[in-house]
Design a protein around this ligand. Structure first.
Ligand SMILES: [Zn+2]
Ligand SMILES: [Zn+2]
Ligand SMILES: [Zn+2]
Length: 148
């Protein structure tokens, strides 16, 4: 698959202009199989853009259904690419997120769809988050080496 073309089509389908920052950021997201924080994206970018541009772009990608918040902690928000079914504004990423307790690495488990949950009549659900906390493979192997 031609990444450049895929990204340009993606931006076009969301009526977003093809800016170098947007294209480079999406390339980074496609390169990693885990969610990325703004800090990580900045460190992976070859051309430096100011932080405001990065944060603003992440916000607009989220608004347009290109990225979703995968996890949020003291290290910041980690974003991941949305599946194609994601409509604008309303995210349909109802899948489980795996979060490493040790390094905060976050993975999307897209294959496991959450069954529709009937929310109580007296309650308006605004944010639904399904997470499994644990230890990622990288941390697991480093723990093994330090322990013996
Ligand atoms: Zn989404
Ligand atoms: Zn880890
Ligand atoms: Zn996800």
């Amino acid at each position: 698959m031609n990444t450049q073309k895929y990204i340009e089509d993606l931006l076009k389908s969301h009526s977003l202009k093809k800016t170098s920052a947007r294209i480079e950021m999406l390339k980074i997201f496609l390169n990693y199989d885990y969610a990325l924080s703004a800090k990580e994206i900045i460190s992976h970018m070859k051309v430096s853009h100011d932080r405001v541009t990065i944060y603003r772009t992440l916000g607009s990608f989220e608004e347009h259904g290109i990225l979703h918040k995968a996890s949020e902690d003291s290290h910041g928000i980690r974003y991941a690419m949305c599946s194609h079914e994601c409509p604008e504004k309303v995210h349909s990423d109802e899948h489980v997120h795996l979060i490493c307790e040790n390094c905060s690495q976050t993975y999307c488990l897209e294959d496991i769809k959450i069954p529709k949950i009937k929310v109580l009549e007296k309650f308006l659900a605004q944010k639904i988050n399904y997470t499994i906390n644990g230890v990622c493979n990288a941390c697991l192997s480093s723990l093994k080496t330090t322990n013996g």
